[in-house]
Structure formats: C-alpha cells, structure tokens
Design a protein around this ligand. Structure first.
Ligand code: ADP
Length: 421
C-alpha cells in the first residue's frame, strides 16, 4: 500500500479518495475501521473513513490509532491524516491531539499542516486560513453549530490543540520550488519544530508541497494536499502510468435507481429520465406512512419492469415536500423515506440487482448503512464529484453510484450506465 489515509468524516474521505483516483492511484475507501482481514487487492491507496470530527479528542485519537494499525498492517509507505479544509475542530480540538498521537505511533519527528483547497476557495497565507476573500474567523464558519472557528491562525490553533512545537513555511518559500521547501523542513527540524504550517494559494503550490513531502512519513491536510503525492510514487517507479486506473469489471445483474433527494438537480435528472422513457415509480410519503405502499410493492413494481433501469423516487417539488412535512413532521417524513429506500436497496440486492444509483446525501448514507459493504473501490467519475464505486467485502460485488443531491448533469441517470463495462 503506497498511501494510507485516515479521514475524520465520510464525505471528506470520498473527496480525498476521488482526488487520489483522479491522480491515477487505484483507491479504496473503507466505511469505518475495516475488518482486519479485508482484502485490499491491488489498491495503491486506501482511505479509512472515520466519523471522528466532533468526538471528544480521546475518542478521535483512539479511532485514528486503530485505523493506523490497520494501515500499518497493510504495509503502507506514507500516511495522511485528512481533515476539513476549514480546519473544523471542536473548541478543545481534535486535529492537534490526533496529529500528535499519529506522530508518536509512527515515530516521526516532523509533519506538515496544510488544509488549503484552492478549488473551493480555501487558501493558506502567512499561516492564516482564508475562505474565499475572508479570514476563516470572519467567514460563516464562525457560526458553525458544532465546530465554530473563531481563530484563523493555523499555528495558534495547532499550538493550542497540542504540545507540538509549530513552525511556518511561507508562500515565498513554496514559490521557489520543492527543493527550497525540503530545505525549510530541515531548518524547522534543526529548530526543534515538529509541525510546520505550509502556505498554499494555488493547486500549483499544492503540487510543489506534495513533491517536497515525499520524504515525510506523515502528512496532514485537506484533500488538496493529496494532489501532489501520487506523482512522488510515480517518479519512484512505484505507480503505474496514470491512465485508466479507475476501471473495474462491472458485476452483471440488473440496474436500478433510487432517488430520495429533492434537490433541483435531481428533480431535473428525474424529468429527463422519464422523458427518455425510463420506467419510474413515484413514492407518496403519506401512502408509506399509512401502510398503503410497502417495500414489497415497490420491489415487485421495479423487478417487473422489463426495460431500462427502473427509477423509484420520492423526490418532489418544495410545496409537496412541505405538505408531507406538515402532516408527518420533517424528521419523520425524512426517515420514513430513507428507511423505505434503504430497505428497497436490500431487496434489490437479494433479487440480484448489481448496479445501483442512489441520489441524495442522507439517502445514500441510509442505503450504504443497509447494504453495509466493508469498503468501496473508486471507479470512473460520471460527473464531477460522483464516481461509480464497487463494493468490497462480504457481499456480492455491486456497482454503486452515490450522488449528492445537487451534483450531476440533467442526463445523469441515462449516461451513467455507459461507464460500466
Ligand atoms: P440531498 O443530497 O439532495 O440533500 P438527501 O437525501 O440528503 O438529499 O436529503 C433529502 C431528505 O428529504 C431525505 O431525508 C429524504 O428522506 C427526504 N425526502 C425525500 N422525499 C421527500 C418528500 N417527498 N417529502 C418529504 N421529505 C422527503
């Protein structure tokens, strides 16, 4: 295993896994800490998706160390601790303690902190984190319900959250290339610094920092920091050429679509699919609540369709959603539909469906919990941010596309299948 990452939340893990896959690494994302005997096949990178961002620091440390043990057993060469590009951490702070614990467990004396993600407007300058044109502490993040960020100085945040001695590598140094950054790391080491915040304003900066980080056992940052790491392995002759690493042999079996997202993009995708003649069944939340529509009914409808990829959806216009919420309550309406779709997915699995698209973030979470794969291999990207994945673990392999509500072009449900071989 060339690169082993520990991510502090699920969507962040997916982001990182996609980034590595795009850069030509065969990448697997686990759901939680994997079983010790999980077969990682010929993967180059594995991202362990934890849910530790807002846990008490001691729990986050314990989970991260358990993930590290798994990665060490997999023979990982380089380790990455991935957190949010807005450095989301509870007031007591998890990023510092986890970094410190990982460093100790890996017996390494220097790591970097670089949450920059320029594509999303997150940059680091003079050790301060910016969101768009604002300092982190002036941005909306200051009001975040779980992780309010009221300081923008990454050096102060790291020093406050850990006992590590913190230094800085400025943009001026990064601008002079990887060699100078490596020299700066050496100078930091000589000064007894254990963690250096590294400035980055652009993807080019991230690639320079990635190159300079080739010799670090542990790297920490947002998913942007992964941009320059795969090339190090390629340069060292350890990684195959970039093309087509994300291809997988798609399992054969029936294809289905489940949509629980009411976002505009998903509603447009549903309309486009129906107009193209795709069989579609709309779920009425009241009918589910009153027992007039059961999972068996939806299953027999879908399995009875002879053509195309049948679509089952609860997606509705805002007025309809409001009406259902008024009658059932917002939470109950949501969980009723999520559970219904998750059970339908289980029914599909039992009936031999092997290709499934799920639309909606929460909906995808519910479906993945029900199907409970150990991990997902990251396959070809259908639209930005949405790859096909292949389930790995004790279940029969299934091709799964988990689409955030607002992602994807109008013809997403039609064209996605073309990428499966
Ligand atoms: P998105 O990614 O678009 O936000 P999610 O799946 O995360 O989609 O969230 C959509 C939520 O709306 C889910 O909890 C889902 O169960 C709920 N929902 C879906 N259809 C309806 C509906 N017709 N009425 C009320 N709630 C609905």
């Amino acid at each position: 295993m060339l690169l082993g990452a520990i991510a502090d939340d699920l969507t962040g893990a997916t982001d990182l896994a996609l980034m590595l896959s795009r850069e030509g690494m065969r990448t697997i994302q686990t759901i939680g800490i994997p079983r010790a005997d999980l077969d990682l096949g010929d993967a180059d990178a594995v991202v362990v998706a934890l849910k530790s961002r807002t846990n008490p620091a001691s729990e986050a440390v314990a989970l991260s160390l358990e993930a590290l043990s798994f990665l060490k057993r997999a023979g990982t060469r380089q380790f990455l601790f991935k957190y949010c590009s807005t450095f989301d951490s509870s007031p007591a702070g998890n990023i510092g303690p986890v970094t410190e614990a990982l460093m100790r467990a890996l017996c390494t004396d220097l790591t970097i902190v670089c949450p920059a993600f320029p594509a999303n407007g997150r940059t680091v300058y003079k050790g301060h984190l910016f969101v768009g044109n604002q300092l982190l502490s002036d941005s909306e993040m200051r009001n975040h319900p779980l992780t309010p960020m009221t300081d923008s100085s990454l050096m102060r945040l790291m020093a406050g959250q850990s006992r590590l001695r913190v230094g800085l590598v400025t943009r001026e140094t990064v601008g002079q290339g990887a060699g100078k950054v490596v020299q700066a790391f050496e100078i930091a080491r000589d000064k007894g610094e254990q963690v250096v915040v590294v400035d980055a304003l652009t993807d080019a900066d991230l690639r320079v920092i990635g190159e300079a980080a080739a010799g670090l056992t542990l790297v920490t940052g947002g998913s942007g920091i992964a941009l320059g790491l795969p090339e190090n392995f390629r340069r060292a002759g350890l990684l195959r050429p970039a093309a087509d690493q994300a291809v997988f042999a798609s399992p054969s079996g029936r294809s289905m679509i489940l949509a629980g997202s009411c976002s505009e993009a998903t509603r447009r995708q549903i309309l486009t699919a129906i107009e193209a003649g795709m069989p579609a069944l709309k779920l009425d939340p009241m009918a589910i609540a009153e027992g007039r529509l059961r999972v068996e009914d939806a299953l027999s409808w879908a399995l009875g369709q002879s053509a195309g990829a049948p679509l089952i959806y609860s997606s509705a216009e805002p007025d309809e959603v409001k009406a259902a919420q008024a009658l059932l309550g917002r939470e109950r309406a949501g969980s009723l539909i999520e559970n219904f779709l998750a059970e339908t997915a289980l029914g599909f699995k039992a009936a031999g469906v092997r290709r499934l698209i799920v639309a909606g973030g929460e909906t995808s979470g519910a479906v993945v919990s029900a199907l409970a794969p150990d991990a997902l291999f990251i396959g070809p990207e259908i639209d930005p941010g949405v790859p096909w994945t292949l389930t790995i673990g004790h279940m029969e392999p299934m091709a799964l596309a988990l689409k955030s509500g607002n992602f994807g072009a109008p013809d997403f449900f039609l064209k996605a299948w073309d990428l499966l071989t």
